[in-house]
Design a binder for this molecule. Structure first.
Ligand code: SF4
Ligand code: SF4
Length: 186
């Protein structure tokens, strides 16, 4: 067995993604279907399949690039990639984790300033109401804070299908949520 030599702790971003959101980037075999279906891939510095590939390398340089990337902020959690992936790799959850990690390490890409403002407003909505804002309020805020070209790229279909959510609905653990707030309120 090639992995049986030692039990050294993996310190990589891929290991954290695996530990905290249970997404195994190593399962990705680079078929590219996720990137082909991603509505914002063209705007991204690293499309979703590349994000998976970079995680797989488990090198500090690539981990750093990912945390500083624009891609993680452009991802709108539409789950198109997940629905197309033959390995059912939950890229949106991985992206969400990378956003949290990027924020907590103050590595946010400067180009993502408006998106991050939106993201933080979203966190506040969860904090204040214990649930996500109504869609109307989100769109209202989005109009004011995000540039319209990004919205155009997404198209109206996504909104009508109720696919617009920056966070996976599976966040139920309030400890996890309060940890996020500690990181974002600094
Ligand atoms: S969830 Fe994110 S990475 Fe996946 S297709 Fe949608 S925007 Fe692209
Ligand atoms: S669709 Fe799945 S297996 Fe294919 S490149 Fe994307 S993440 Fe990897």
């Amino acid at each position: 067995m090639s992995h049986s030599g030692h039990h050294a702790e993996r310190n990589s971003l891929a290991a954290s993604v695996e530990k905290y959101v249970e997404v195994k980037s190593q399962k990705c075999y680079q078929c590219g279907k996720c990137s082909a279906g991603c509505p914002v891939a063209d705007e991204m510095d690293y499309p979703p399949s590349m994000v998976m590939r970079m995680l797989q390398t488990e090198t500090p340089a690539n981990d750093e690039k990912l945390l500083k990337s624009h891609s993680i902020w452009l991802c709108v959690t539409c789950e198109m990639c997940l629905s197309r992936c033959p390995m059912e790799i939950d890229i949106p959850s991985a992206m969400d984790f990378l956003r949290q990690k990027s924020m907590s390490e103050h590595k946010e890409n400067p180009k993502a300033k408006n998106i991050i403002a939106f993201h933080k407003a979203f966190l506040n909505s969860i904090k204040n109401t214990g649930r996500l804002y109504e869609l109307g309020l989100i769109l209202n805020y989005k109009m004011k804070s995000l540039n319209m070209t990004q919205d155009m790229a997404l198209g109206p279909k996504m909104f009508s299908r109720g696919k617009l959510h920056i966070f996976p609905e599976k966040i139920k653990d309030t400890n996890h949520i309060s940890k996020i707030f500690k990181n974002t309120e600094k």
